[in-house]
Design a protein around this ligand. Structure first.
Ligand code: ADP
Ligand code: MG
Length: 296
């Protein structure tokens, strides 16, 4: 047991992943043998980094108020935990104990299974859209929807995680947000252009990119800025975009319904993009869905 590091009463097993703010480790409760994910925040104590503290507070508060089968469940927060370092010294850390998603991130699953069939893509897209609808109905916007923050539990249910960039939608003000944040390839053009934006609308833009990735295994463009070459092709409805991304190098690889949905979720102007109710009414959304038995 000597090589196990204790995170207070838990046994630290192995690393699950790293992000910009945290190191996530699998930990075991020694009495119940239940395994969890502990998100150990980088330098919370004595860092003086107010931005990082705000990110952590956002995540704790917003995640805590959301209970949904497709959102990673936050079990508890320890603001003054201790972590034994290899040299025997202990370090004060802040960590969040969460349900474990043993099947990893979206790209891990895609790497193992290959691109999803249309029916499986639809199954997960329904989970993603319905969960975002629930988040938005709670007055919260995620602002960092991307494959690294979409995890899969033991039964291959999709779980949205990492609410570090989430914020409350101020219904009493005009609901606009101003802070330029997110992740390069998933940020809506209006955020790249540093314009005021709506959180719900940028979450749906990123969900459109995730939809594209589930179905093709590849990101549609490198940066969703107006002058990214692939984004320009897509927004001009140029078929070269679809030809480039198809396996057989013809644009018929994608159905017209799929192309329409992607185009209307990723439109350049926020007002031209489909709201959730229209996404749910779209013909592609209402096509055949995989059953739970067909999920990997
Ligand atoms: P950051 O805020 O630093 O981006 P994340 O919460 O996104 O941190 O976690 C970083 C990575 O750790 C994730 O991309 C994922 O690979 C892994 N991870 C996070 N939470 C879990 C979890 N509950 N179960 C399994 N792996 C997880
Ligand atoms: Mg993350």
């Amino acid at each position: 047991m000597s090589n196990f590091k204790r995170l207070d009463q838990y046994i630290v097993l192995h690393s699950l992943g790293k992000g910009a703010t945290a190191h996530v480790k699998a930990v075991e409760d020694p009495t119940t043998h239940q395994i969890y994910a502990a998100k150990i925040m980088k330098s919370y104590h004595g860092s003086g980094n107010e931005e990082l503290k705000e990110t952590i507070q956002n995540e704790m508060e917003n995640l805590n108020s959301l209970a949904h089968p497709n959102i990673v469940n936050l079990i508890c927060v320890n603001e003054s935990g201790t972590y034994a370092k290899r040299n025997g010294q202990t370090k004060r850390v802040m960590y969040m104990l969460m349900e474990l998603c043993p099947n990893g991130e979206l790209f891990d699953v895609l790497y193992r299974t290959g691109k999803f069939s249309e029916e499986i893509t639809r199954f997960y897209f329904h989970q993603l859209i319905e969960t975002l609808e629930a988040v938005h109905n709670q007055g919260i916007t995620h602002r960092d929807i991307k494959p690294e923050n979409i995890l899969f539990d033991r039964d291959f249910n999709l779980k949205i995680s990492d609410f570090g960039f989430s914020t409350l939608i101020d219904k009493y003000a005009d609901g606009m947000l101003y802070t330029q944040l997110g992740t390069q390839g998933y940020m809506a053009p209006e955020i790249h252009q540093n314009l005021p934006y709506r959180g719900e609308i940028v979450d749906l833009f990123a969900a459109g990119i995730v939809l594209f990735i589930m179905y093709t295994q590849n990101p549609p463009f490198t940066k969703a800025v107006p002058n990214d070459p692939f984004y320009r092709l897509l927004s001009k409805k140029d078929d070269k975009f679809w030809v480039y991304h198809s396996r057989n190098k013809t644009s018929d690889f994608f159905t017209q319904d799929f192309k329409n949905l992607i185009f209307s979720m990723l439109a350049l102007q926020p007002n031209d993009r489909l709201p959730i109710s229209h996404i749910k009414a779209h013909p592609w959304y209402n096509g055949p869905v995989a059953t739970t038995d067909e999920i990997v």
